[in-house]
Design a protein around this ligand. Sequence first.
Ligand code: FES
Length: 117
Amino acid sequence: MTFLPENRTVEFESGKLPYDEHGKPESILDVAINSDVHLEHACGGSCACTTCHIIVLEGENNLSPADDDELDRLDMAAGLTLRSRLGCQAVVKGDVRVEIPGWNRNYISEGGKSTLG
Ligand code: FES
């Protein structure tokens, strides 16, 4: 899968990715952590924030479908698009290109509001 804007392409073999307890196994977040790609995950990948918001550019059919929890959470995401997903919830099953939005990369440093208690 490829991460923009870094344009980093990473490959992994399904079932072989070390799991770091963040997000669903082999989710976009899990792949990012394993590949040293910076993707915020303020809630630790439990679908309780929107900091892992990414935009799918290609390959949405190679991601697990969004469930109701993810869709409800995405409704609160800044800059929501029709191609938005939560990186910790979307499990990668094939070639995917995603963009980590600039406003999301700066989310913490800009003091974005958090719904975490
Ligand atoms: S890391 Fe919080 S919802 Fe994905």
